[in-house]
Design a protein around this ligand. Structure first.
Ligand code: KG4
Ligand code: ZN
Length: 349
């Protein structure tokens, strides 16, 4: 079976063609970062308009690259939520309509299920059950993945997501959007020990996160250092703040993830979502998990951030489980993972 998948939940327009026997045949991503940079963040209306412009040309290229004609497509998957509603509707309208025109099933994919199943695109896929750390611009969650489709949230953030903490701090440091990768780059040149930022919620039991206090701590450090330096930060201080912040976020994520591994007793950990591209996080988790006898599974870096290959994999799993959309165009800005039905029955241990 061969599936065409569309992703348009935020500021990446993406299309992929995936075959359940041959694997990923083609994928195309167009990032809108240049469009949003001057505004310092994603402007929803501009994102929707650009998806409308980009999706069809990307689709044509993906089908050409995959040497696939529309007649060979068995289903069309699209991200139906959660995300920016206008942006989601562009992919949902195109995806649902193509499925109607081609007379094949349409599959509404949950964006986070896409992130969670992205490591299945790799040669060494994770076993089930496993623990997943999902860290993106909108979410920070530890999830017990009993089987594909069976997700129990063990803990999540009470306020900002980890990616948001990176992005908002980057803005305070005057870095261009998107801030996370820029801040990580700057942090590589800084000393993580100069600023001792808080590690929120580490002193408390449980698997909840809170990152909004970190942003305030960074704002205070920026203000204090700038005042001492004639109103502007010097480059060394900027790099030291970036390194200190990255260290605080990574320490928090690693400590809670180890707790969750201990709690579940699982020996496999999946790290998914955009912040999963962070090198320090990857290195620290690999070492820490190994000491606890667990192995870490990541999607390749380009499939950590938003892409359509992960939507195709999740869509294929949902297609096989018979979850198809009626002939109506639907998208949801908010959609809890717990609302998803299981794809296969979890194995009893
Ligand atoms: O999964 P994603 O592409 O979009 C959402 O669904 O949110 O994640 C984007 C987030 C942004 O907050 C971005 O700054 C962050 O992932 N990010 C990073 C890195 N690369 C992307 N954060 C820290 N270090 C990175 N290398
Ligand atoms: Zn995402």
């Amino acid at each position: 079976m061969r599936i065409l998948a569309l992703e348009s939940s935020c500021d990446e327009s993406a299309v992929a063609v995936y075959d359940d026997a041959a694997g990923l045949l083609a994928h195309q991503i167009y990032s809108q970062v240049d469009l949003h940079r001057i505004y310092g963040g994603v402007v929803p209306e501009l994102a929707s308009r650009d998806h409308v412009r980009r999706l069809l040309p990307l689709l044509k290229t993906a089908l050409d690259d995959a040497k696939t004609s529309p007649a060979q497509i068995d289903a069309v998957a699209f991200t139906a939520g959660p995300g920016l509603i206008g942006a989601l509707l562009t992919g949902a309208a195109l995806g649902r309509s193509l499925a109607y025109a081609w007379n094949v099933p349409a599959i509404a994919v949950h964006h986070l299920e896409g992130h969670l199943l992205a490591p299945l695109l790799e040669n060494d896929p994770p076993p089930f059950p496993h623990l997943a750390l999902l860290v993106s611009g909108g979410h920070t969650m530890l999830i017990d993945v009993a089987a594909p489709g069976s997700y129990a949230v063990l803990g999540e953030t009470r306020d900002d997501a980890a990616g948001e903490a990176f992005d908002k701090s980057a803005k305070l440091l005057g870095l261009p959007y998107p801030g996370g990768p820029e801040l990580a780059r700057l942090a590589a040149a800084g000393r993580a020990t100069r600023f001792d930022f808080p590690r929120p919620m580490l002193d408390r039991a449980g698997l909840e996160f809170s990152f909004s206090g970190l942003k305030t701590a960074v704002a205070l450090a920026v203000k204090h250092c700038a005042a001492k330096n004639g109103g502007a930060l010097d480059d060394i201080t900027k790099a030291d703040i970036a390194a200190g912040l990255q260290q605080a976020i990574v320490d928090t994520l690693v400590t809670k993830t180890l707790r969750a591994l201990e709690k579940t007793g699982y020996d496999a950990l999946v790290v998914a979502g955009g912040v999963g591209a962070n090198r320090l996080l990857r290195e620290r988790l690999a070492h820490a998990a190994a000491r606890q006898g667990a192995k870490v599974f990541y999607p390749r870096i380009e499939f950590c951030t938003d892409n359509a290959a992960m939507i195709a994999v999740a869509g294929m799993a949902r297609l096989k489980a018979g979850t198809v959309e009626p002939a109506a165009i639907r998208a949801r800005a908010n959609w809890a993972l717990s609302e998803l039905g299981p794809l296969v029955e979890p194995q009893k241990s």
